[in-house]
Design a protein. Structure first.
Length: 390
């Protein structure tokens, strides 16, 4: 069976501009497919979960993580809010998990850290009672050694367990000519399909800067993808036997934090692309939406744009900058509240000989970061209609 999923690059930076958190609207949600169980989902179960999201018009938050603490924040938010979660690793995040002093010849530390993070998620995810998608973020051509190492890890895991280690991976060759971008993606998808791994590819450029990917000065014309280009990608990847794929197509979105009004999004491109592809010969789309959309870099996007994109079949939105701030803000608030107990191992307002160990125990500040991050993700899940959908 052939699966096609297109993801449109818009991501999510949901800051105070969206107002206070709102209670999720009362809605009827269809039963979760029996294939979708707590823990990491791959293959057919992954596709069933994405189909459930599109049918019920919610998007799943995809969060870049760099430690077990940020992983905990994601899983806690998913459990408390009754929604699935996408936990994703960047190349730099993988290296950080391995340790900055670890040998990184041929991306060895980037690969080892990303794999270690994935194995950690697999061990703990089911304990939270929610389905989790394991994903990796942007990979440009010069970073393919990292990507290749992850594919090898998937193949080894598949041979032993009958499913891949990760649910999906992203290739970002968007700055290359379309023919070269698509050709490389077809080559990788052909290999990935044998291990039941979904490929997310990027079409058009997401502006701004994120974790080593800097498109701050990109030509603005590259920020907007045309439906005809999306169709070319869709057609080529559909020809791969057993291929599961997503397409991150840009429409003015950028990474980072920007003031309201400084980002010019055109989510109508999603609707136009759905209509264009649905009208092509051989395309079957009972709901008129043959493509699933994913968003990267939606800095400055309004709730109106987000919801309009979800109406077009958006099922995944990336969140990074805002969750980074939330984690730090939790630690900052903890230090401010307990400042006088954090100036030495002994001595505080209660007495010169009073110990402060219970305050400077690293778990205290890190837990405050986890709680703050989880709360911020709860707001994001409300914006994405991803509350009580399981």
């Amino acid at each position: 069976m052939l699966y096609q999923v297109a993801s449109f690059a818009l991501g999510l930076q949901m800051t105070g501009r969206l107002g206070s958190p709102m209670m999720a609207e009362t809605k009827t949600v269809t039963p979760l497919p029996a294939s979708v169980k707590p823990g990491v989902v791959t293959g057919d179960a992954l596709m069933d979960l994405l189909a459930h999201a599109k049918e019920n018009q919610y998007a799943i938050p995809a969060v870049n993580v760099v430690s077990s603490c940020s992983i905990n924040g994601c899983l806690e938010a998913a459990k408390k809010n009754g929604g699935p979660m996408i936990i994703q690793f960047s190349r730099g995040g993988g290296q950080f998990i391995a340790g900055k002093e670890a040998n990184n010849d041929n991306d060895a530390a980037c690969i080892a850290g990303t794999v270690a993070g994935a194995l950690h998620v697999r061990k703990v995810a089911a304990l939270y009672g929610v389905p989790v998608i394991l994903h990796t973020d942007h990979c440009m051509r010069s970073w393919l050694p990292w990507f290749d190492g992850l594919i090898e890890a998937n193949e080894e895991y598949f041979a032993q367990n009958g499913e891949p280690l990760f649910s999906s991976h992203m290739l970002d060759l968007s700055e290359e000519p379309l023919e070269e971008n698509v050709g490389t993606c077809v080559e990788y998808l052909t290999r990935m399909a044998k291990s039941n791994i979904l490929l997310e590819m990027e079409l058009g450029v997401t502006g701004g800067e994120e974790d080593g990917v800097d498109n701050s000065d990109v030509d603005s014309s590259k920020l907007y993808t045309q439906p005809e280009e999306v169709w070319e990608v869709y057609k080529a990847l559909s020809a791969v036997e057993g291929g599961k794929f997503t397409i991150a197509a840009a429409f003015g979105n950028v990474h980072g934090v920007y003031a309201p009004g400084n980002v010019k999004l055109t989510p109508q491109i999603l609707h136009n692309s759905q209509k264009f592809i649905a009208e092509q010969d051989g395309v079957t789309a009972p709901d008129g939406k043959p493509v699933y959309f994913v968003f990267h870099g939606g800095s400055g996007s309004s709730r109106e744009d987000i919801r309009y994109a979800i109406e077009a079949g958006t099922i995944k939105m990336n969140i990074d900058t805002d969750t980074q701030w939330a984690f730090w803000d939790g630690i900052r608030a903890y230090e401010a509240k307990n400042h006088d107990y954090l100036q030495g191992q002994i001595g505080n307002p209660e007495g010169e000989t009073k110990p402060n160990k219970k305050y400077y125990d690293p778990r205290m500040a890190l837990r405050a970061g986890e709680e703050s991050m989880a709360a911020r993700l709860g707001e994001a899940m409300a914006d994405l209609n991803c509350i009580n959908v399981l």
